[in-house]
Design a protein around this ligand. Structure first.
Ligand SMILES: Nc1ncnc2c1ncn2[C@@H]1O[C@H](COP(=O)(O)OP(=O)(O)OP(=O)(O)O)[C@@H](O)[C@H]1O
Ligand SMILES: [Mg+2]
Length: 157
């Protein structure tokens, strides 16, 4: 699926509003692919109004959302060794009310959970304003709403 930023955001909002938990989303793709754009949309969909800063240095931010799910947003770009994950509380992830979004999941190596969605964002050419989205189910995660996301009340997302 090829999507604009507005379409990707609309999908993320749908995920944040409706995804069953626990759910783990591995957000793959190069620098600037739109992983954080998608993560923030998921947060908005779950009712968050506070900003979601990039977890570039903290690696992990947790949010209690109005929807009642705990949103966990991680960026493992600066993780030098998967073993550092234990310091971030990795072993406690996957609680029944958690929605976990992880950028640069490849840094976690074999420690990624067996049940998850792998969402890959591809930039077709430098400077492009569209992204190709690939979604792959790994194991048995809860169902994921797909594209296209239809507008409910009209207007841009
Ligand atoms: N179709 C699109 N979908 C998502 N982002 C887009 C799209 N077109 C342009 N952009 C722009 O691309 C950038 C994506 O930045 P973002 O921070 O989400 O990337 P990232 O994948 O999180 O990168 P990093 O690995 O550095 O964390 C934003 O500036 C956004 O406005
Ligand atoms: Mg990012």
């Amino acid at each position: 699926m090829i999507v604009t930023e507005a379409e990707l955001s609309r999908w993320g909002e749908r995920l944040g509003a409706t995804l069953a938990t626990p759910c783990f989303l591995a957000l793959r793709g190069p620098l600037g692919a739109g992983k954080s754009v998608l993560a923030r949309a998921v947060g908005r969909g779950a009712g968050l109004v506070e900003p979601m800063p990039s977890p570039t240095f903290n690696l992990c931010f947790r949010y209690d959302t109005p929807r009642g799910v705990e949103l966990i947003h991680m960026d493992l770009y600066r993780l030098s060794d998967p073993d550092e994950l234990w310091e971030l509380g990795w072993e406690d992830l996957g609680a029944p009310d958690q929605l976990v979004l992880v950028e640069w999941p490849e840094r976690a190596g074999p420690l990624l959970p067996a049940d998850r969605w792998d969402v890959s964002l591809h930039v077709p050419e430098p400077g492009s304003t569209v992204r190709r989205v690939e979604v792959e189910r790994v194991g048995a995660p809860p169902p994921l709403p797909g594209f296209p996301v239809t507008l409910t009340t009209g207007g841009e997302a």
